[in-house]
Design a protein around this ligand. Structure first.
Ligand code: NAD
Length: 532
């Protein structure tokens, strides 16, 4: 079995730290074109957009190019042109390319992928390391193992009959659309289908272009034939215009917000009669992830789970804790220290390694999160306990904010803001059961959640009541930080199709098995014995 890539710690004096410092200087010293990859062409034409550091918006790192309809058409044509050759390439040859890509990322490209994710997506070095390096290396290595397991699934053969599965890829192309917040997820969306023999058109987020470019370089160097994964950039509207109407759309591999996925699904349904096959729709979407802390929970564990769960990467993880339900007696013990610790969280430029947090991704996110803080400030059910300020003079900075609300039905407990904002509902110790039932379905999402408790009966009971409230459920831990191969990730309800990225479940969506029967003794006369 594959093993997880060890996480480097970038401690002062370490070799990996000096590599990153050097790489950051290199990236900041030039402004590069970030082209589209269409077949074997690098296309840097069309309307340009700036790729900046969200924590220092004056620093332009590169320019992307907004894909037009013709770019989308060319990318689809380039994909379809190589699809036969790619699907006829043996599985082991395809797998070896992704294993080579993993090795390149673990070594030669490690500082490039970490530094570009730091600067382009405002990740601290640790957050970039666990995502862009380790999780992506894991996706590529573990997917190969899971694909082998999938291929080993074969039907029963009996005397005189040999049966087999031919694990065919889908007919057509896969349209992969990725979010800004995880470099690893972005790369996995086109490459998991490609491993199974599919070709892909990949549309990364405009704010992830810097690290997306490194991914394409790694794949090329690893030997992925041109055209298997084609990168088109921009907001995706023109690309969807072409791709969603195309007869050969074989599937959509999406991660991002619920609204966008629902829009894509709707568009597909409108075009249903135009497709050659029913497109596979795989989407991992939004969340309103919870922590429920019973009075028996350890106070220190609760504090750390709340802080790390809610504020790491500025709360921009789909799994980030954004609502917490805390027993009053426990709350009385932790409240003051929790508030003081949140107020002391360091925030700023990711190149200053002392920072725990940095900026939110863009103007849109800053506007959304500052508006939430403003609404909270004037809401009668809310007290702001920590943070509650924002400033975009240099970058899109929103302070880690903790609010307490007396209304568990309020928007703070139901809406996804995707920022450093945690709402707490404090309940009477005797109301635990009532609160768990209430939180189960107050939000439309079902992605991640945690129960913090020392009492085993409580853990059992809560886990049962919340069985459908989260696709990833944690006991005495924060609800973030899923590791490939250990906690396969995905949620249901408005959080997605729960096809578990980095697991056999996901890879199954990218094959269309053909069952083959070989009869060793075919009958030579048609009548049956009962006819005698
Ligand atoms: P988003 O939905 O705004 O954008 C996602 C991608 O869709 C981007 O590449 C965007 O350009 C593209 N897009 C938007 N409209 C499109 C269209 N009509 N055609 C083609 N592409 C289009 O999401 P985001 O802000 O990048 O990411 C944050 C969201 O992603 C949050 O809701 C978060 O919960 C979710 N997310 C979920 C998971 C998960 O595993 N469930 C993981 C990461 C992020």
């Amino acid at each position: 079995m594959a093993t997880n890539e060890p996480v480097k710690d970038y401690a002062p004096g370490s070799a990996e730290r000096s590599d990153i410092v050097e790489e950051i200087q290199r990236l900041r010293s030039s402004t590069i074109d970030l082209p589209m990859y269409i077949g074997d062409e690098l296309r840097a034409s069309g309307e340009k957009f700036d790729v900046v550091e969200p924590h220092n918006t004056a620093q332009v790192l590169g320019y992307g190019f907004k894909a037009r309809r013709e770019d989308a058409q060319d990318a689809i044509d380039a994909a379809l042109a190589v699809s036969e050759a790619w699907r006829n390439t043996s599985f082991e040859d395809r797998a070896s390319i992704f294993l080579r890509a993993a090795d390149l990322l673990a070594d030669e490209y490690r500082s490039a992928i970490v530094a570009t994710s730091m600067l382009g997506q405002s990740k601290t070095v640790y957050q970039a390391e666990i995502d862009a390096a380790c999780e992506l290396i894991d996706f590529w290595r573990f997917n190969v193992e899971f694909a082998r397991q999938l291929q080993a699934i074969q039907p029963l053969s009996v005397p005189g009959v040999i049966n087999s599965f031919d694990h065919r890829p889908l007919e057509g192309f896969v349209y992969a659309i990725s979010p800004f917040n995880f470099t690893s997820i972005a790369a996995n969306l086109p490459t998991a289908p490609a491993l199974m023999g599919n070709v892909a058109v990949w549309k990364p987020a405009m704010t992830q272009m810097l690290s997306a470019d490194v991914i394409m370089k790694v794949l090329n160097q690893a030997g992925l034939p041109a055209g298997v994964v084609n990168l088109v950039s921009g907001d995706g509207i023109a690309v969807s215009d072409v791709a969603l109407k195309h007869r050969d759309l074989a599937g959509i591999h999406f991660t991002g917000s619920t609204g966008v996925f629902q829009h894509l699904w709707h568009e597909v349904s409108q075009n249903l009669t135009n497709y050659r096959s029913y497109p596979r729709l795989v989407g991992e979407t939004g969340g309103k992830d919870f922590i429920v802390a019973h009075r028996s929970a350890d106070p220190e564990v609760t504090k750390v789970a709340l802080i790390r769960g809610a504020y790491e990467y500025q709360g921009q993880k789909c799994s980030a804790a954004s609502r917490a339900y805390v027993s009053a007696s426990l709350w009385n013990v932790i409240k003051d220290e929790l508030v003081a610790e949140i107020e002391s969280l360091t925030q700023g430029d990711v190149a200053d390694f002392r920072n725990f947090m940095s900026a939110v991704i863009d103007e849109k996110s800053f506007a959304r999160n500052s508006a939430v803080i403003d609404r909270a400030r004037s809401a009668s059910d809310v007290s702001i306990l920590a943070g509650g300020t924002y400033n975009k003079d240099i970058g899109y900075f929103v302070r880690p904010t903790l609010i307490q609300s007396t209304n568990p039905e309020a928007e703070w407990f139901t809406a996804e803001y995707f920022g450093p904002f945690l709402a707490v509902y404090v309940f009477d110790d005797n109301d635990f059961e009532k609160v768990v039932h209430q939180l189960e379905s107050v939000a439309p999402y079902a992605l991640t959640g945690s129960i913090l408790a020392e009492d085993e009966t409580i853990i059992e009971w809560t886990s049962q009541v919340l069985r459908f409230a989260a696709g990833n459920f944690y006991i005495n831990d924060k609800p973030t930080g899923a590791v490939v191969g250990q906690q396969p990730f995905g949620g249901s309800r408005a959080s997605g199709t729960n096809d578990k990225a980095g697991a056999i479940h996901n890879l199954m969506r990218w094959v269309s098995p053909r069952a083959i029967k070989r009869n060793l003794n075919p009958p030579t006369a048609y009548p049956y014995p009962h006819m005698d």
